[in-house]
Structures are given as C-alpha cells and as structure tokens.
Write a protein that binds this ligand. Structure first.
Ligand code: 5RP
Length: 274
C-alpha cells in the first residue's frame, strides 16, 4: 500500500506496536494502579517492568510508571502505549467516570507510540467516555499518534458478543486505530465486524496458566492480532514462563499444550513478582 505523508507517522508508530512481519503483538498491561492503587504483582513495579520488558513487544502503562518505574537504560527499548484516561478509583462503584488525564504534549514528550482511552458503553458516563475517545483521536491523529480504545466493562455488564461487539464497533467508528476488548464466544464475529481495525484481547482477572493460554490461543485463532494481558502474567507464580508461553502462541502459532510445555520449562526456580 502507498501511504500519503499524512499517515506516515501513524503507520510508523503502528509498526512499532504491532510487528508488521507477522501482524501480531504481545502487549503487557501494567496500568492497573491508575484506578486500583497498590496491585498484587505491581507493588514493586520497577522490578515487574524490568523482569518482563524484554519479552513484550509493547508496554501499556501510565505516565507515572514511565517516569518512575522504567530503568533509565530501558527507556526507548520498547514502544509505550500510554494510558491517558482516568480520574476514577475503586472506592466508587461507578468506575465509568473517566476524563482525559494526560495531554497530547505530555504524550509526545514521553515518546508514546500510542495512547489508550477507555470507553464505558452502556454506563451512565457513556457519552463522556466516547467524547474522551473522539476528542483524543481528533488531537492525536494530527500528530500521527494512534489511539487504542479500551472497551471497559462495568461490574454488572455481560461480556458477550452482543455487548462487546457493540462497544468495539462504536470505538472503530470513533476512529480508534486499535481496539482492546475482552474475549467472548464467537469472537471471530467481533473481529470480522471491526475489520480491518486490529483487535487485542485483555486478560481480565487472574485465572490459571492453562485457561489464560487457551484464551490467548483462541483469540489469535479468531483473528485478534494479539493480547494485552496484565494480571494473568504478572500475578502468576511463573511470570517469565507465562509471557514466553504467550509469545509462542502469538508469534509462533504454538498450541496451548506446546505453550504449557514452555511455561513448565521455566517453572523450577521461577521468580514471583510482588
Ligand atoms: C483496564 C485496562 C487494563 O490495562 C487491562 O484490562 C488490564 O489487563 P488485565 O485485565 O489482563 O489485567 O485497560 O481497563
């Protein structure tokens, strides 16, 4: 495809985030403290990042973590997907009350390869969060920065095809360059409905290595470009084995059983993260 000068910046950053050789990505999500404060596996965030950074393609994180928790020698070694929406906390049941928290100037100063905004479709703050997304897209596109939309799910909402498909399609229509959503049954229908916009899958609460690896496998089988897992990696008893096993699925088309073998290779003496 020939690109006009207008989209070279976007394409360049997209290529940093999603490997253009196989159109796949292992993104590591470590943005949880922005609304839940101290988080198991991220209490020593510098250690978590230095341990796992070599094995991810892109780090999804916050301004504070980029500033405080990435070692000086690691800055610039992996593209940053910078979370730029927030303003909520776990102390309120209604998590959807988010606004934009980081300016575009800050994102550029931090050399972000992309910026991430959550939307809460069906919540009382639906319009506010969609306008957070569209406002950020209007600005980010003019600087050649892709926006990733997160289809955040309120506590009582079903994570099914109907809901996630609706939320993802709204994000695509808003102009998101990447959609992050949850896995659901008939996931390929969601991927098809937003094609050609790439989809990455969030891991959700910690489950177990076979379940998390199965979800990664099913996601890419259904057409996702990869995963953006957090807790299922950094809260596992064998985080390095876990992220290596995910890489084998996402980039090398390994089966879940083969990936479990890789996980088990790294189990003896595995370093757990606090
Ligand atoms: C929350 C997010 C988080 O980054 C993401 O959901 C965390 O990943 P995981 O669910 O795998 O721990 O975007 O809205």
């Amino acid at each position: 495809m020939v690109h006009t000068h207008l989209d070279i910046g976007i394409q360049s950053r997209m290529n940093r985030i999603i490997n253009p050789k196989d159109n796949r990505v292992v993104m590591l999500a470590v943005d949880h403290p922005y609304f839940q404060g101290p988080t198991t596996g991220l209490r020593n965030m510098s250690k978590t990042i230095s341990t796992l950074l070599p094995f991810c393609d892109c780090l999804m994180t916050t301004r504070g973590a980029v500033r405080n928790n990435i070692a000086a020698e690691d800055i610039g070694s992996k593209p940053i997907m910078l979370r730029v929406s927030g303003g909520n906390s776990v102390l309120f049941d209604e998590l959807s009350d988010e606004k934009i928290t980081v300016t575009m100037k800050e994102a550029i100063r931090m050399d972000a390869s992309g910026v991430a905004v959550s939307v809460y479709i069906g919540s009382v703050n639906q319009q506010q969060t969609i306008l957070n997304l569209t406002g950020m897209i209007n600005e980010a596109e003019s600087y050649g920065i892709p926006v990733l939309a997160v289809t955040a799910v309120g506590k009582n909402m079903a994570r099914d095809l109907r809901y996630l498909g609706l939320a993802s399609r709204i994000c695509q229509d808003a102009g998101a360059r990447i959609i992050k959503t949850y896995y659901c049954e008939e996931f390929s229908r969601l991927v098809d409905a937003v094609s050609p916009t790439p989809v990455v899958v969030a891991g959700g609460k910690y489950s177990s290595p076979p379940d998390a690896l199965r979800m990664a496998y099913d996601s890419v089988e259904a057409g996702a470009v990869g995963v953006d897992f957090g807790r299922n990696i950094f809260q596992d008893a064998n985080p390095v084995g876990m992220i290596k096993a995910i890489n084998a699925i996402v980039h090398e088309n390994h089966t879940t059983t083969e990936a479990m073998d890789i996980y088990n290779e790294y189990l003896p003496g595995a370093v757990k993260l606090d």
